[in-house]
Design a protein around this ligand. Structure first.
Ligand code: NI
Length: 396
C-alpha cells in the first residue's frame, strides 16, 4: 500500500452529464470540432490555463502543476465511429450514422474528471501532469497519436511517463486488466488484386479463373499461422472480404481480397508480412495469374513498461481492492496509444465497464454498445491516482 492516496472524490453527476453529452454529439475521426471545443471549455472552467489547441487537427494538450518535478501524461481519445446507433438511451446520437461505440465518450469525461481532481491538488503537486485529448484514434493506419507527436504535442513539457485506459466490456465494473510487456496487437491491413483472364464458363482452358486463384490464396494464407509461426507465438491472418465475378456462366477476370494481419511481437510481425507476400505472389504465379498487393502497417504492438504497470496496479489496489486485478491475457485488438509507448515509458490498461446484468453487454464497436456509467468515477479516480502516485513515487 502506498503511504498516500488521492482523497478527493469525483462528482458523479458531472461525469454522467458530460459523458451523455459527448455520446449525444459524436464526431468522426478528424472532425472532433464540437467535442474539442467542449473539452476546452471544461478545462477552463476547472481553472486550467495552460492549454494548447488544434494540434494535429483538433487535439488539445493541457498542463497542470509546476516544473522541476516528474512529468506524467494522461491520454484520452475523442473520436466516434461511422456506426448507426441501435441503443434505446435518452441521450441517443443526434449525428445520424455516427456513434460513440468504442466508449471514447467515457474516456473524455474521465480525463476531464481527473483534471478537476488534479487541479484541486495542484498546490501540493511537485511535478506536472500533461493531459492529452487526442483526435482520430480510429483512423488506422495513420491514427491520431503519431500526428500529435509529430506536431510536437509532447515536446515541452516532455513527459517521463504516459498512461492511458480503455473501457472494457469483457470485465465488470470494478475490475481492471493490465499486463507488463506485450499487451495489445500490431494491426496491419492488406488488399490483394488478382488479375486473371475472363471467359465463357464452358471454356475454362481459355481463361485464368481469378475466383479460383483467390480461393487458393485464401487457403494457403491460413498455413502461415498454422505452419510458419512458432505455436507459442500469437498471430492472426483474417480475410474479411472477397469479391469476384458478375454472373454464373462467366469466369471472373479479377478478384479482390481485403483483410488484416495481427501480431504480438515485432519479429512475428515481420515474419507474417514476409510469408504473406511470398504466398500471394507465388500462388498467383503458379496459376498463371498476377497479384498486386497493398500492405499497410498500422498501429504497432503495445508494450507496457513493467515499472509503469506497477504504478497502475498500486493505484488500482488502493481504489478497487486487491481482487480488482484478475489475471488476463493479451489481446490482438489494436490501439494507437502504442505509438506513445514507442517514445515514452508508460502503461495502458483496460477498465471494466461491463454491466453485472450480462444481457446488457455488447462488444466494442457494436451498435448497441454502452458502458455501465458507474465506471466513470472509477476511471477519473484511476487516472488521477495513477498520475499522482507516479509523481510521488518518482519524486521521493
Ligand atoms: Ni477505442
Amino acid at each position: 500500500m502506498p503511504f498516500r492516496t488521492v482523497d478527493i472524490k469525483p462528482d458523479l453527476e458531472y461525469l454522467v452529464q458530460l459523458r451523455r453529452e459527448f455520446h449525444r454529439y459524436p464526431e468522426r475521426s478528424g472532425q472532433e470540432v464540437r467535442t474539442a471545443g467542449r473539452v476546452y471549455e471544461e478545462l477552463q472552467k476547472a481553472g486550467i490555463t495552460d492549454i494548447r489547441r488544434n494540434i494535429a487537427g483538433h487535439g488539445l494538450v493541457a498542463v497542470i502543476g509546476n516544473g522541476g518535478g516528474p512529468i506524467v501524461a494522461l491520454r484520452a481519445d475523442m473520436d466516434a465511429l461511422p456506426i448507426k446507433e441501435q441503443t434505446d438511451v435518452p441521450f441517443l446520437s443526434e449525428n445520424d450514422g455516427v456513434m460513440h461505440a468504442c466508449g471514447h465518450d467515457a474516456h473524455i469525461a474521465m480525463l476531464l474528471g481527473a483534471a478537476k481532481i488534479i487541479k484541486q491538488m495542484e498546490h501540493e503537486l511537485s511535478g506536472q501532469v500533461v493531459l492529452i485529448f487526442q483526435p482520430a484514434e480510429e483512423n488506422a493506419p495513420i491514427g491520431g497519436a503519431r500526428p500529435m507527436l509529430e506536431a510536437g504535442a509532447l515536446d515541452d513539457p516532455k513527459p517521463d511517463a504516459v498512461f492511458g485506459l480503455h473501457v472494457w466490456p469483457g470485465l465488470p465494473v470494478g475490475q481492471l486488466g493490465i499486463k507488463a510487456g506485450y499487451f495489445m496487437g500490431a494491426s496491419d491491413r492488406f488488399t490483394i488484386r488478382v488479375q486473371g483472364k475472363g471467359g465463357h464458363a464452358s471454356m475454362p482452358h481459355e481463361t485464368i479463373d481469378a475466383a479460383l486463384v483467390a480461393v487458393q490464396i485464401a487457403q494457403v494464407l491460413q498455413t502461415i499461422v498454422s505452419r510458419n509461426l512458432n505455436p507459442m507465438d500469437a498471430g492472426v491472418v483474417t480475410i474479411g472480404k472477397i469479391e469476384a465475378g458478375n454472373r454464373y456462366n462467366v469466369i471472373a477476370d479479377e478478384a479482390i481480397m481485403e483483410g488484416t494481419v495481427r501480431s504480438l511481437r515485432p519479429e512475428v510481425r515481420n515474419l507474417l508480412e514476409r510469408r504473406f507476400t511470398e504466398i500471394v505472389e507465388h500462388v498467383a504465379q503458379s496459376m498463371g495469374a498476377q497479384a498486386e498487393i497493398t500492405y499497410q502497417r498500422g498501429y504497432p504492438v503495445l508494450q507496457n513498461d513493467p515499472a509503469a504497470v506497477e504504478v497502475v496496479r498500486s493505484a488500482a489496489s488502493c481504489l478497487l481492492g486487491e481482487n480488482a486485478l484478475p489475471e488476463i491475457e493479451a489481446a490482438l485488438v489494436a490501439e494507437d496509444f502504442a505509438v506513445y509507448l514507442e517514445h515514452f515509458p508508460g502503461a495502458f490498461f483496460w477498465l471494466g465497464c461491463g454491466f453485472h446484468d450480462e444481457s446488457k453487454n455488447y462488444p466494442l464497436h457494436h451498435p448497441k454498445f454502452l458502458v455501465d456509467e458507474r465506471v466513470l468515477p472509477l476511471g477519473a479516480q484511476m487516472l488521477a491516482e495513477t498520475a499522482l502516485q507516479y509523481i510521488w513515487q518518482k519524486g521521493r
